[in-house]
Design a protein around this ligand. Structure first.
Ligand SMILES: [Fe+2]
Ligand SMILES: [Fe+2]
Length: 331
């Protein structure tokens, strides 16, 4: 009951007498968009052919993606890895997420604590992660593009893979935006966060691109781990409201093999596979000579040795060593 001593009563009275809207509650939870509402905001007519068509991933290959870690070997690697651990633990603390370290923690899911996950919290996490992940590829491609046209030099095919990565991350984000509606506070954090992260990444890439690719490699290791946890929770049917959802049309048009009958699990499996590819690409790019080596994922040569490729058939999750890659025309 509202009484004059009740703070809610005072707030409402003040707001109505001053003709103000009550201040909206600070929340980071994302609201799931029901299939009925999704139809209302159906903008399928605006979906164009993908600028970078997605390679075909088999369901079996997507299922077999594993959480991996490349041990830091240089001081730069250690700084990159510790940087990611710092950002991740700060983000986890603020958003109420805890990485499960034991099978019990994975099964129990920190029930009853502030670390218990909900469907809304998962979506917030995915949306924030993807909004950050879309920055490095675009910034790196932008800088390499300027470098190429300023110095009148070939780029050796790095730009296209970096742009493809940025495009792929934005497709992840656009897909999640069709599933959940983030709160104003989440949008605000994303807005400010991008301003800070984008500028820092730009400056550091100018000075040390190798360090930046290693940093992204470690970021992607964390992304694979997060999506693996999410797939576990979907399998355990912890959030039936997510398992019931239809896969958005934008995702069906982008990922080969996704159909109207596909589930959220099928979608997250493919997003995790994409992250595993970014992990491999960025750890590999960090192993190469930043100025003179070609990008072996885009510009391939004929050889009998296994070499990097864009699919999931031949992979090195910790990155290809420079000595394993045929970088010139010798066989
Ligand atoms: Fe992503
Ligand atoms: Fe990624």
């Amino acid at each position: 009951m509202l009484s004059i001593k009740n703070p809610l009563f005072i707030k409402r009275t003040l707001c109505s007498s001053l003709h103000l809207q009550p201040i909206r509650r600070v929340s980071i939870k994302t609201t799931i968009i029901s299939d009925k509402d999704a139809e209302k905001s159906n903008d399928v007519e605006f979906i164009t052919h993908p600028l970078f068509p997605h390679p075909v991933f088999d369901q079996k290959d997507c299922e077999s993606i594993e959480v991996t870690h490349r041990e830091p070997r240089t001081i730069g690697d250690k700084i990159a890895h510790n940087g990611i651990l710092f950002f991740r633990s700060s983000f986890d603390l603020v958003t109420g997420y805890k990485k499960p370290h034991t099978p019990e923690q994975l099964a129990h899911g920190f029930k009853g604590t502030r670390y218990e996950m909900t469907a809304g919290k998962w979506l917030t996490r995915c949306i924030f992660l993807e909004s950050v992940a879309g920055v490095p590829g675009m910034v790196a491609a932008f800088l390499r593009h300027l470098h190429s046209i300023r110095l009148l030099k070939r780029d050796k095919a790095w730009i296209e893979t970096l742009l493809d990565e940025a495009y792929n991350e934005r497709m992840h984000l656009l897909t999640f935006m069709k599933i959940g509606k983030p709160s104003w506070f989440t949008r605000f954090i994303i807005y400010v966060g991008q301003g800070v992260f984008c500028n820092i990444f730009f400056l550091v890439y100018l000075m040390n691109p190798r360090y930046c690719h290693r940093f992204v490699g470690y970021l992607e290791e964390e992304a694979v781990e997060t999506y693996t946890h999410m797939i576990h929770d979907l399998d355990a049917n912890k959030f039936p409201e997510l398992n019931k959802l239809n896969v958005p049309e934008i995702a069906i048009q982008y990922w080969p093999k996704l159909t109207k009958e596909s589930t959220m699990r099928d979608l997250i499996l493919r997003i995790r596979a994409d992250e595993s590819k970014h992990r491999e690409v960025n750890h590999t790019l960090a192993n190469l000579d930043q100025k003179s080596d070609r990008n072996p994922f885009a510009l391939q040569v004929e050889t009998d040795k296994p070499q990097p490729e864009n699919g999931l058939k031949v992979t090195r999750p910790e990155g290809w060593e420079r000595s394993d890659i045929v970088l010139s025309n010798e066989k």
